[in-house]
Design a protein around this ligand. Structure first.
Ligand code: 5GP
Ligand code: ZN
Length: 117
């Protein structure tokens, strides 16, 4: 069923506490943890606790939960005192998505360029 935990999903395992992660924030509906392979001084992943394969599925299924995730990205940036930062939802293999549980990357603490390539 939509939103239910998936046995083979790494981020569902982090939500359940079965895989360790450096958790920076947790709410009733979301978890934020540091990326294991950081691409910037701040690189935090914000995920819904419910399982959706990507941001598009999350947004279509649960707009309120999508807003929770976005609000948490803002709070993470605030707590790390980031004046400028980037929020990224890689959606689909061609965009670089490797974990198929919706997640927002919060990247900051260094200069960034656009387009990202
Ligand atoms: P994607 O490429 O799907 O947008 O992002 C997945 C992210 O998850 C990558 O940046 C990757 O470094 C991170 N990641 C993969 N495995 C783990 C893990 O076990 N723990 C943590 N904290 N991050 C992970
Ligand atoms: Zn999952």
């Amino acid at each position: 069923m939509a939103g239910e935990p998936q046995d083979d999903c790494l981020f569902c395992k982090i939500v359940a506490g079965h895989v360790p992660a450096t958790i920076v924030r947790e709410t009733e509906t979301t978890v934020a943890f540091r990326d294991i392979n950081p691409q910037a001084p701040t690189h935090v992943l914000v995920i819904p606790k419910a399982h959706y394969a990507n941001a598009a599925e999350l947004a279509a299924a649960d707009p309120a939960l999508t807003a929770d995730v976005l609000r948490e990205t803002e709070t993470v940036a605030d707590e790390d005192k980031l004046e400028s930062y980037r929020i990224v939802f890689n959606t689909g293999v061609g965009a670089g998505q490797t974990v198929f549980h919706a997640h927002a990357h919060v990247l900051g603490g260094r200069g960034m360029h656009w387009p990202p390539g």
